[in-house]
Design a binder for this molecule. Structure first.
Ligand code: C2E
Ligand code: MG
Ligand code: MG
Ligand code: MG
Length: 291
């Protein structure tokens, strides 16, 4: 009986694996058309300054306007693109679209920083530095307004190269943030060695902050550590006023989450900013960089 049961299990497992495989192949194929056909769009989620109250930044988050499936979220294609190498072309598009947008914002007095996610393979490609340099020049970006988000695990992949690249990028003046902090593999020793300017505490710690003693302790320890290392700190995934209150009380700098806004299209983002930041004028015509 035990044997039959396990065979069944294996069959089921294989079927799952096969359909997963088919699905990945299909996505990889569709991504080729997406890269050529400009089916990507950046959405923006505001970053709130918890101590001052205003909004100081936006995280650019990619969306795929799929001709048949509609809006596809990065969770279902970024890993596949990373494995196939397509992430390099996608990442280049993201960086350029974000810089173009930042330039338009700077021309219309929208004075905020732009956070851009950088995948491991893109980070270790041999031309990230050159790309960033070119874009800063082409779009006349004030370097400190661009912040690249990378994960701990990415940095640990090749510590020597990562340290060198981080130093080069910092010399250009751009900011570096560690994304999903606390979930990856990292070492405190290296954290001090990388010229990082910012940490983003992962949403998983914020989620049960009001119900779980350990999560509260972890978050306040991370806040204390960031202060000691002179790093600015953003908490991700704030959904309730209670979570916000805990972070304010404990001296966390910035917050991002559905409590303020979901990631939205550029027009809607500027509409949002015009309501909460005095200096931003409501959009009259679209500034979208969607191709
Ligand atoms: P991330 O960089 O950690 O981005 C934050 C994710 O959390 C976003 O999901 C955002 O929509 C979601 N989020 C924000 N606030 C809340 C909240 O209050 N509650 C909940 N439940 N979720 C919240 P999204 O846009 O689906 O992106 C998922 C991940 O995909 C990102 O995680 C990032 O790692 C990756 N990604 C997104 N855009 C890009 C990109 O342009 N390039 C690369 N390489 N990766 C990207
Ligand atoms: Mg991020
Ligand atoms: Mg991330
Ligand atoms: Mg994150």
């Amino acid at each position: 009986y035990a044997k039959r049961k396990s065979t069944k299990h294996i069959q089921y497992f294989n079927q799952e694996l096969l359909s997963q495989y088919d699905n990945n192949i299909e996505i990889e194929r569709d991504l080729k058309a997406a890269i050529r056909g400009r089916q990507f769009e950046l959405y923006y989620q505001p970053l709130k300054d918890l101590q001052q109250g205003g909004y100081i930044g936006a995280e650019a988050l990619i969306r795929w306007n799929h001709p048949r499936k509609g809006v596809v979220y990065p969770g279902s294609f970024i890993d596949i693109a990373e494995q196939s190498g397509q992430i390099n072309a996608i990442g280049e598009w993201v960086l350029e679209a974000a810089c173009k947008q930042l330039n338009l914002w700077q021309h219309t007095n929208v004075d905020i920083r732009m956070h851009v996610n950088v995948a491991a393979r893109q980070f270790f490609s041999d031309n990230l530095y050159e790309q960033v340099w070119t874009l800063l020049t082409r779009y006349r970006i004030k370097p400190h307004t661009l912040i690249l988000e990378i994960t701990e695990t990415e940095l640990m992949g090749d510590v020597r190269y990562a340290t060198m690249l981080c130093h080069q990028l910092t010399e250009l003046g751009v900011g570096l943030a560690i994304d999903d902090f606390g979930t990856g593999y990292s070492s405190m020793k290296y954290l001090k060695q990388f010229p990082i300017t910012k940490l983003k505490i992962d949403r998983s710690f914020i989620m049960d902050i009001n119900h779980n003693y350990e999560s509260r302790e972890i978050v306040s320890a991370i806040i204390a550590m960031a202060k000691a290392l002179n790093l600015s700190l953003t908490a991700e995934g704030i959904e309730t006023p209670e979570q916000q209150q805990f972070l304010v009380d404990n001296g966390c700098d910035h917050a991002q989450g559905y409590l303020y806004s979901k990631p939205v299209r550029e027009n809607e983002f500027r509409q949002f900013l015009s309501q909460v930041n005095d200096n931003v004028i409501a959009p009259s015509e679209p500034l979208s960089n969607m191709a």
